[in-house]
Each structure stands twice: as C-alpha cells, then as structure tokens.
Design a protein around this ligand. Structure first.
Ligand code: ASP
Length: 333
C-alpha cells in the first residue's frame, strides 16, 4: 500500500463556528477520520505545522511546508496539503518553484464549506486528493478541487462560494476526477519514475509587490513603493497597455528598472495573457532591459516565481534566465 503524508495547515475545511466567525480548529487526523474510505486507498500519516486561515499564510509558512517535504521525502509516496482556499494558489505556485521536478505528487486541497457542514464539499475533495496522490501518473505540485486536478502554477481562485472555486488558467486541467475515477487528457503512457530527488530551493526574496493599473493612477506610486521593494508585478490593461497621455508612466517605470529593481508586466485580464507588441501603448516596454513579460502566467505564479528567481540572484541577466525557464507548466512559449 502507498504511504501518503497529510500536511494539515487549516483553512475552511478545518474550521468551526465559535460565534466569532469561522476559524480553523480540527486537525488533519480528525478531518481524515470523517472520510473513512481514504483508509482503503493508502496508509496515512499526519503532520500539523500550523492551523490557520490561509489569509494569514506567509512565505515563511511556505518554507515550513518545503522543509517538511524535504525531511519526509523518502518515507512517503505522495503528499496532500490541506489548506485554505484563499491563498492556496500562491502556496501551490510557491511549492512548484521551491520543489521542482518532483516525481512524487504534492497535492493541495481544501473546501468551500467546513468538514462539519451538512452540505460540505470537504469529503469529496479530501478523498479525491488522496486518490490523486496515490495514482502512479501523478507528479509535481497540483491543486485537486471540485473534481479537477490543476497544475500548481495555473490555479486561480475564481469563485468565493461555489464548489468549483478554482480555474485552471490558460492551461488545461491535468485531469478531471469523477467520483473515484481519474480521467487524464492526452497522455499515452506515464513517464517512468527514476527515483530522482526533486531540485529544492531554500531562498525567496519576499520584497515583491503587485500593482494593478486603474485609470488615472498617479505614477508617483512607483517611487513611493521603490524603497520597500525589489520587484513589482504590474497588472496592465488588456493585452498590454500602459497610459501614454504624457511620459510620466514611462519615466516612472524606466526609473524603476534602471534602479536595478525587477519589473514584471502582466495583464489584469484573467485569460489569454500578455503581448506588449500589439499596441503602440505597449511597445516601449516590450524590449526594455530589465522588464520581464508575464506571458500567460497567473499573477500568483508570477509573484512566487519572482520571489524564487530573486532568492537565487539579483543579477538581471540571470534573473531573466530563471524567470523565462518554464517550471511545472507555468507558461506557454
Ligand atoms: N478563509 C479561508 C482560508 O483561506 C477560506 C477557505 O479555506 O475556503 O483559509
């Protein structure tokens, strides 16, 4: 029988109502006891590094999960991380960069309704996550939720209440899961496992901010943020447009990158990605040294990848090399 480690961190799945609003209290072991069928799938162990609303999840918590994965790697065939949905896409992306090329599945799941709710989605999500983590074809970091397996770099929380909370952005889901059947698209044969260990990284530069353009936004915001940041992920309009009614944006953005800071440009439109070459209002930024293009990546993955790349080096050429290298299907060409 396979051995799976449940890393329980909290979230709605573990939450109970105590009169002050939902807050996590159930442990991973208690949650698994509510889904007895998973005991037929594998041998389970549990570790509980925290029990928090994922609203309060920080990069230091991603590192604790990474440490647990590294410490327990050899003892398990796969890992299931129980996590709040609100920042699950960030954690899934961060783990994708911190633990790369994993032959063992690292599956994140949670639920929109607490395990104790009469209408909960927690039972099926937990069951299907363990099922997916036990499957020989599963590997790398993924989110299993609402009957879909989504690549860890492509998940995005799209809905606050519905059970299909997550979309797979600009990339097809890895599988759909119908009850206890995993249906994968387009794979002829599973890649053989070699027993190789993943590449693990132990540094993130967390001085990364996300800024969303809004009409008329004062560009002095760049110089206000600069002392606190090494990098910005800038969500621009449409396929790639930055206001050009005067030169103030261009001056502010070029000053940002010329000061040695990283600027990643992405679109604030949820689907289909960026192309700075299409419009005159995007072209000046397309090939400016120091500006990185987000392509069709999610903002969550861009934040995590920028933290990871800057955690390795601040040399702009090397940052660009790391940034454009595809990891866990995070970007199309
Ligand atoms: N606030 C909760 C959390 O992210 C929401 C959830 O888990 O669905 O921890």
């Amino acid at each position: 029988m396979k051995r799976i480690l449940i890393i329980a961190t909290g979230g709605t799945i573990a939450s109970t109502q105590d009169g002050h609003g939902l807050a996590p209290s159930a442990t991973g072991r208690e949650l698994a006891a509510q889904v007895p069928l998973i005991a037929d799938l594998c041998d389970l162990d549990f570790v509980q590094p925290m029990n928090i609303d994922s609203t309060s999840m920080r990069p230091a918590d991603w590192m604790r999960m990474r440490d647990l994965l590294v410490e327990r790697w050899d003892a398990y065939d796969g890992f299931v991380v129980l996590h709040g949905t609100d920042t699950m896409a960030y954690t899934a992306a961060a783990l994708s960069y911190l633990v790369q090329g994993s032959e063992k599945p690292i599956v994140l799941t949670g639920s929109q309704q607490p395990m104790a709710s009469p209408f909960t989605d927690a039972k099926l999500n937990l069951y299907q996550s363990v099922l997916y983590a036990c499957d020989d074809e599963s590997r790398d970091v993924s989110v299993v939720f609402g009957g879909k397996a989504i690549c860890g770099t492509r998940a995005h929380k799209q809905r606050t209440m519905s059970f299909n909370a997550f979309d797979s952005t600009n990339y097809p889901p890895l599988a759909v899961i119908r009850n206890d059947k995993i249906v994968r698209a387009g794979r002829l044969a599973p890649e053989p496992r070699t027993g190789a260990r993943p590449r693990v990284y132990d540094a993130l530069d967390t001085r990364v901010v996300v800024l969303k353009l809004t009409p008329g936004l004062d560009p002095t915001v760049f110089s206000l943020l600069a002392p606190h940041c090494d990098a910005m992920v800038l969500e621009v309009f449409g396929i790639g447009g930055i206001p050009a009614y005067d030169s103030s944006y261009q001056d502010a953005i070029f000053a940002w990158v010329d000061s040695g800071r990283t600027l990643v440009i992405t679109t604030q439109v949820p689907e289909e990605g960026l192309d700075l070459g299409v419009y005159e209002v995007g072209r000046p930024y397309a090939d400016h040294p120091g500006i990185l293009r987000g392509g069709d990546m999610t903002t969550e993955a861009l934040v995590a990848k920028t933290m990871w790349a800057l955690g390795q080096t601040h040399d702009p050429a090397r940052v660009a090399e790391l940034f454009y290298q595809p990891v866990n299907h995070d970007r199309s060409a």
